[in-house]
Design a protein around this ligand. Structure first.
Ligand SMILES: Cc1ncc(CO)c(N)n1
Length: 221
């Protein structure tokens, strides 16, 4: 079993709370309140800024050129592709770049992103990669799963689903799995597994909390 499959099986409950969250089901059937999606988009923009920093840290923590290049390519993809796309999606939902810049990071965003950065700062590239893996691999599973169920043509969240179900993002996630499994083959020891599992479980819980914060935020409006 690959390292990713093993982590996912051992974190089955937390993984399910993330990929099968009420927010995700609402995206799939189009019933998600639009205020929740807007709140999510603003926080996700701030999230991506911190994730770019985490990939910068992965460049620093890498001890081979191929790992440095892989992390640098992801850093570039976040800063120059995904964030641009994000600004355009936000504009479609009535959110201007100025709204994004002015927004305060919510607790769920601070907790998740700083947890990942801390895992990477005190650990090595394997710790950091495990802490990052629910993000990139999870969104590919969510987008692919929703698309496979079939998305109504008038579902307002269809472009979001298609983005994460699309070949470009699925490729990014597939290479993240290959990297994780290779780092595991190089560095995993039985003693380390417990700590890696803890990182994976916590990151999955914090992803679920990120969805939940957007639902709570919209409900409080
Ligand atoms: C919170 C979160 N997790 C994962 C991704 C995937 O990039 C994202 N954009 N936002």
């Amino acid at each position: 079993m690959s390292l990713f499959e093993r982590l996912k099986a051992d974190a089955a409950r937390e993984w399910a709370s993330y990929v099968d969250h009420a927010f995700v089901r609402g995206l799939g059937d189009g019933s998600l309140p639009q205020a929740a999606f807007r709140s999510y988009l603003v926080q996700d923009y701030l999230f991506l800024i911190q994730f770019a920093r985490a990939y910068g840290l992965a460049v620093y923590k890498a001890d081979r050129l191929s790992d440095m290049r892989a992390a640098a390519a992801t850093l570039h993809a976040i800063l120059d592709v995904e964030m641009d796309l994000h600004v355009r999606v936000c504009a479609g939902w009535g959110l201007e770049a100025a709204d994004l810049e002015a927004a305060e990071e919510g607790d769920a965003c601070v907790a998740y992103t700083r947890f990942v950065l801390d895992a990477g700062l005190r650990g090595d590239l394997l710790d950091l990669t495990v802490a990052l893996s629910p993000c990139v691999i999870g969104y590919a599973e969510i987008g692919g799963g929703l698309a496979a169920q079939g998305v109504a043509p008038n579902n307002p969240y269809r472009p979001w689903i298609e983005e994460y179900a699309g070949a470009a993002y699925q490729d990014v996630a597939a290479s993240a799995r290959v990297t994780l499994d290779r780092l595991g083959a190089d560095r995993l020891t039985p003693q380390r597994y417990r700590e890696l599992k803890r990182l994976f479980v916590t990151a999955s819980r914090l992803e679920a909390a990120f969805w939940q914060a957007a639902l709570d935020d919209a409900a409080a409006d």
